[in-house]
Design a protein around this ligand. Structure first.
Ligand SMILES: *Cc1c(COP(=O)(O)O)cnc(C)c1O
Length: 222
């Protein structure tokens, strides 16, 4: 078994039923993604449009691609034809553009709303109140080509486990609050990375985004 296959098997064996492993393949070459695919992995995440566009044609068509990085509105059109989920929708303007490009591709695109939960101010995302306002104002009704599938967040980079836990818990609480206002499809709480996914799973994550623990250190640097 390859190292990547072993990592995937080990992480899967730790996850409760109903928690999806998304393999964050940024900065790894297509051959490495293929190893993960051959080990049964089908859900992959990338955070740069150019890199995703370079790799996607080299890999099998049944991969479920998630976009997890900062997305400029003028780049949405490039990924709209094939992306499964845009996890990093962090503004009403981006939501509108995803809707527009989904319509042009004659698709309905799944998005997650990225929520700023970390103490660091550099992180992207809606504030919890900004996200509440989006539902209160029924802004998604104006976007019939998107389906809001849930929330995504990144905890602070800190050794303080208790702080990380509190940030995940706050996101879970917001998720539970919004669920009755959102549609049936609102079922995904994307939280947890290599360094903190066990805590995220304890706090109710349904999808973990794991790069380093699946693929090892990133090989291509930017
Ligand atoms: C890179 C990245 C991850 C994965 O990080 P690892 O620490 O390598 O597991 C998860 N989520 C986002 C948004 C990322 O950019």
């Amino acid at each position: 078994m390859s190292a990547v296959a072993g990592n995937i098997a080990r992480i899967r064996s730790e996850l409760p039923a109903g928690v999806t492993l998304l393999a964050v393949s940024k900065y790894h070459p297509a051959e490495t993604l293929q190893e993960a695919y051959d080990a049964g992995q089908r859900v992959f995440g990338e955070n740069r449009v150019q890199e995703l566009l370079a790799k996607q044609p080299l890999l099998p068509p049944d991969i479920e691609w998630h976009f997890i990085g900062t997305l400029q509105t003028n780049k949405v059109k490039h990924i709209a034809p094939f992306i499964h989920t845009v996890q990093s929708v962090d503004s009403p303007a981006l939501l509108k553009e995803v809707d527009h490009q989904a319509a042009r591709s004659r698709r309905r695109l799944r998005v997650l709303l990225e929520i700023r939960i970390a103490a660091e101010t550099s992180k992207h995302g809606f504030s919890p109140d900004g996200c509440r306002a989006l539902f209160r104002n029924r802004q998604a009704d104006a976007c019939p080509h998107v389906c809001i599938g849930g929330l995504m967040g990144m905890a602070s980079f800190t050794d303080n486990r208790e702080q990380v836990r509190q940030e995940f818990r706050a996101l879970r609480t917001l998720f539970d609050e919004l669920k009755p206002l959102a549609g049936e499809a609102f079922d995904t709480l994307s939280m947890g990375m290599s360094g903190d996914y066990p805590v995220a799973v304890e706090e109710g994550s349904t999808l973990i985004r794991v790069g380093t623990s699946v693929f090892g250190e990133r090989s291509i640097r930017h």
